[in-house]
Design a protein around this ligand. Structure first.
Ligand code: BG6
Length: 481
């Protein structure tokens, strides 16, 4: 199969930081279809060779294990081309069409790695230029809108030129091997399914903690905040996979239909429940990994006195037969003590204790990063002393070790899937809109609440109110146990 992959935003951060290294890895692993071209599009004038030199330079800034040797780069660079385009000019799209038509590749993928305010313009222009045939797919990077209305507007314009199956919305968490493993854990194994319900599960905790602050993205981040940046997409996608019903088959729409049902079953927020069940925080100066870290308000490009949240913890419920009454706690933040993403499924304790220590319940920890693995926490008799007292033990599975050689990174997976037309790991427009619909009351309530975010020290686990939120139900965050 031959392909042309066009990267709008070809000189931007996302392209050289994530997409080029991922494409290079796919090429290095022999997974990229051999007959392909990658065309970077941006505003300034450059030749193909100048663009290749630019990308070669940028590879020095990526992880050493993902860097090409000179010889590898020389071969990979043969795929790379560059084209100057003014995105407002119809004749530039006509020129692009001509360039693509001359070769007539089987598949054309337009990856919009640009600022999101250009999405509607680019999609409309591609449509008008006739660059929307059935051999075309368009890939949209987040953020897709900043609220429900803006997301709907983007989807409306995209739909005017492309069918739903042609529009691939990226949530890069879905491309992570650990997240695909979650689907495998639930639907490739019979073991947990009978327990995966309210009768056996006490609560579920989803944490995506980051050690880094906002870095150089202060202006973007300040307009976004943790709720839009992480909860509306990554955390909710994880929740849908944890909570969904088994799909009828492995087809993209069968899976996405089930995920959508979960989003529709989430308990809607009201102004009162936001005040009670959602905690927002903002980091102050502190220490991360033994090094002093600035507070959010001191970061570059963050406006003075900003009330943007860098931390969110919330409690919700999935209102259906399987999950009624089971609290789901979601938590994410920047400048927390460590980079750590995990889902903890806390089972109910035994109904009647005959051993001392058996009040401690079982739990399954699904580790997403930095390690990708599973821990099953059980209780055992040591056999060395008093066997009436049980000891916590755990079964550990490290997927990075088990599958080391073959692991494919998130963007590599998603780029390959976009070329192959596999839609399972992309977000459908109705899922994305439903997620916006659910977070909107939180955004509204915060807008009308002058209290602002609660401060927390960089390097901590967020504001104390996040612990109080979960303690109210008689539970604790996993690291507090
Ligand atoms: C992005 C957010 O979507 O995900 C960033 O915009 C965040 O703010 C990043 O840092 C986290 O991704 P990962 O893969 O490093 O967990």
């Amino acid at each position: 199969m031959s392909f042309d992959l066009v990267l709008f935003g070809g000189t931007g951060d996302l392209t050289w930081r994530k997409l080029m290294p991922a494409l290079f890895q796919a090429w290095r692993h022999g997974k990229l279809p051999a007959d392909g071209r990658i065309l970077a599009v941006a505003r300034d004038e450059r030749s193909d060779d100048q663009y290749r030199a630019f990308i070669k330079d940028k590879f020095c800034e990526v992880d050493a294990s993902k860097r090409p040797t000179d010889d590898e780069f020389a071969r990979f660079a043969q795929l790379l081309h560059y084209r100057r385009m003014d995105l407002a000019q119809p004749e530039h799209y006509a020129g692009l069409k001509q360039w693509l038509d001359e070769r007539g590749a089987d598949v054309k993928v337009f990856f919009l790695a640009t600022s999101p305010h250009l999405f509607t313009q680019i999609c409309a222009q591609l449509g008008s230029a006739g660059l929307n045939g059935s051999d075309v797919r368009v890939v949209l990077e987040k953020p897709l809108g900043h609220d429900l209305a803006s997301a709907q507007e983007i989807n409306r314009v995209v739909r005017a030129s492309f069918t739903e199956a042609q529009a691939l919305r990226i949530d890069h968490y879905l491309g992570k091997p650990a997240v695909q493993n979650l689907t495998a854990l639930r639907f490739g194994n019979a073991l947990f399914e009978p327990l995966w319900r309210r009768e056996s599960i006490a609560n579920i905790q989803i944490t995506i903690a980051e050690g880094l602050g906002v870095g150089t993205r202060g202006d973007f981040y300040d307009r976004t905040g943790a709720l839009r940046d992480m909860v509306q997409n990554h955390a909710l996608q994880l929740l849908t996979i944890i909570a969904m019903e088994p799909p009828a088959n492995g087809d993209a729409d069968a899976i996405r239909d089930e995920k959508l049902k979960v989003l529709k079953s989430l308990k809607p927020f009201t102004a009162e429940s936001v005040a009670r069940d959602v905690v927002r925080g903002q980091y102050r100066a502190g220490n991360v990994d033994g090094k002093p870290a600035l507070g959010y308000l001191e970061e570059a490009k963050v406006p003075e006195g900003s009330a943007t949240e860098t931390f969110v913890a919330l409690r919700t419920e999935v209102q259906n037969w399987r999950w009624a009454g089971v609290p789901f706690y979601l938590r994410t933040g920047k400048r927390l003590g460590t980079r750590d993403a995990q889902i903890v499924v806390n089972f109910r304790p035994v109904p009647h204790a005959i051993f001392a220590g058996s009040a401690r319940a079982n739990k399954l920890v699904i580790k997403l990063q930095p390690e990708d693995g599973l821990e099953l926490h059980l209780l055992a008799a040591k056999g060395t002393g008093n066997n009436d007292v049980l000891t916590p033990v755990q079964l550990d599975l490290d997927f990075d070790k088990a599958f080391a050689a073959d692991r494919v990174g998130a963007y590599e997976r998603l780029l390959l899937d976009s070329i192959a037309g596999r839609l399972n790991l992309f977000v459908r427009s109705d899922e994305q809109e439903e997620a916006w619909r659910w977070v909107e009351p939180v955004l509204d309530a915060w807008r009308n609440d002058a209290t602002g975010p609660r401060p927390y020290a960089a390097g901590s686990w967020g504001p104390a109110a996040a612990s109080a939120l979960i303690a109210r139900d008689g539970f604790a965050w996993d690291e507090e146990l």
